[in-house]
Each structure stands twice: as C-alpha cells, then as structure tokens.
Design a protein around this ligand. Structure first.
Ligand SMILES: [Zn+2]
Length: 129
C-alpha cells in the first residue's frame, strides 16, 4: 500500500473544532469514491446522511442531524466491505461507504457465510503458524 503524505491544514470550525484524534464515529470510505469526483452519500449511525463532494480534503465530516464528528478511514480502491471483528473476536463484515458494490447486508446469507468462513480459516491458520 502506497502512503500518500498529506499536508495537515487547520480545520474550519463547524460548531467547535473537535479535539485532536477524538471523533464520535469512525467509518470506512472507498478511496475510489473520493477519486471518482462524484458526490456520494455517507450514512451516519443516526440515520442522517452527509453528502461528500470530492475532492475532499478533510479527514472528518460532521453529521448535520446529530452533530457527530465522523472520521473517514479511506480504504484503497473499492473493496465493497472490509473484515472487522466484534469485541469477542467474531469476524464480521463492515460496510465501506461510497462503494459501488453491494452493501454487506445485501449479500445473501450463504455469500456472507462463505466470506466469514474463509476469514475464520485464515485466523485459525495464523494461530497455528
Ligand atoms: Zn448523525
């Protein structure tokens, strides 16, 4: 993965600048969506929608509905989803916003099970090795 050095610039205050590294929410965003140049929607946990207009320079957005600061973690390309884990270590699929691919909840049960079974197998292999 290539590291792109970004110059930090001061944020414009939107109802108060959030403290450094303290965000209410974190979400994954497809890098392809930011590079595509077309506006895309980012769903907040509260059901609010933030419209992102590329080129997007900041690293977080603020939900107009609940005023949460949402940090965007950019994932290279458009993977559709990423593998996360519950606190107990159970793997799960996390949606990537701005993706043109189906949302993980739109995958069929068997598709999701296949992906998660593969992840579990990889995790097990790592434990043994
Ligand atoms: Zn919200």
């Amino acid at each position: 993965m290539k590291k792109i050095k970004k110059k930090r610039k001061p944020h414009v205050a939107i109802g108060g600048v959030p403290p450094r590294n303290a965000y209410d929410l974190y979400t994954f965003v497809a890098g392809a969506a930011l590079e595509g140049g077309e506006p895309f929607r980012l769903d907040c946990n509260c059901g609010g929608v933030v419209t992102i207009m590329p080129p997007f320079q900041d690293e977080y957005v603020v939900c107009a509905r609940c005023e949460s600061t949402i940090k965007m973690i950019v994932i290279e390309g458009d993977p559709g989803y990423i593998i996360g884990a519950d606190p107990d270590g159970t793997p799960k699929l996390l949606p990537v916003q701005g993706s043109k691919k189906p949302h993980p909840i739109e995958l069929s049960h068997s598709e999701r099970d296949t992906i998660l079974a593969r992840v579990r197998a990889q995790v097990e292999k790592k434990k043994v090795g």
